[in-house]
Write a protein that binds this ligand. Sequence first.
Ligand code: GTP
Ligand code: MG
Length: 345
Amino acid sequence: DHTTTDTLRTPIVAVLGHVDHGKTSLLDKIRGSAVSEGEAGAITQHIGATDIPLDTISGMAGELIDPTDFDLPGLLFIDTPGHHSFSTLRARGGALADIAVLVVDVNDGFQPQTEEAIDILRRTGTPFVVAANKVDTTPGWNSQDGQPIQRSLEAQSERAESRLNENLYEIIGQLSDAGFSADLYWRVQDFQKNIGVVPLSAVTGEGVPDLLTVLMGLSQRFMKEEMAIDVFGAGEGTVLEVKDERGFGATIDTVVYDGVVHNGDQIVVGGQEEPIVTEIRALLQPRPLEEIRTEKKFEKVGEVGAAAGVKIAAPDLDRAMAGAPVRVVRDRPVEDVIEEVKAEL
Ligand code: GTP
Ligand code: MG
């Protein structure tokens, strides 16, 4: 029912994994975009955020999802870099997440930044699923574009299927070595006890319906209470990037993970020397399905509720810091909020 929908927070889904294992490509498939192709050397260098509405998710999941089962508004995907030099960004992305997708190249299996990502998820206690990506590169593979993975498996030769299975069981073994009991997702009864592995391809889209279904199920079942937000709560967020925006000066790309941010709100933002106290001049929202990192046509909005990616324009943001907290002051003494922000830095 509608009152529930309006007060449920969009879950934040972090996408983590080793460099080139296909995180951005997976999001491109879901968005219908080509962000990865525009990246220098296909290397992601910043955290991104994209809002995927429920109707897009249920459209892609097709027969696997009955959208009336869900009252979550959608999913906010956080893309992270896999290159070894960006460990701070991976940790930041992991810390923001309600749930996570660990992307593993099915041929390469666990690699150093896969292990690093697992450590982050363990440390933060974030529930996750494994996307065993690039199944289409299995020798002899017969791609079934956009299909659920069972449909795709039915179309494979025995030889191709058993090659894939070898790789999948290798990954399940590696998860077990890392201390997680895991299995192919359709064999998992309790996603709190076992990690589900979803074979898929970010290029052909097969298995992506399954991943979206598992993510929606996870969010809905285990996180519903955590997803209920105070719709009038003072907004809280994290700075992804400080960027100059024509006509606005320095702006901060922000993930709002709780409460609501209004245009005109007084905010406190973590800065390079000390917290910045300023007032929002414009709230610029990327369109749904657009990556905030590459969006060019932001829409000016009056307010934004969690979870969402939003560009905030305000005076004095040039000294703001990526990774720093953003807090709406609302009815509290500004000194208290400054202390809160300092405590988080
Ligand atoms: P970083 O952000 O730098 O860590 O990389 P990433 O994990 O985002 O990888 P990205 O999506 O940029 O993909 C790396 C390369 O793998 C690109 O050339 C993709 O086209 C290719 N790739 C990704 N997923 C698949 C897949 O499912 N099948 C095939 N054949 N290629 C894929
Ligand atoms: Mg990437």
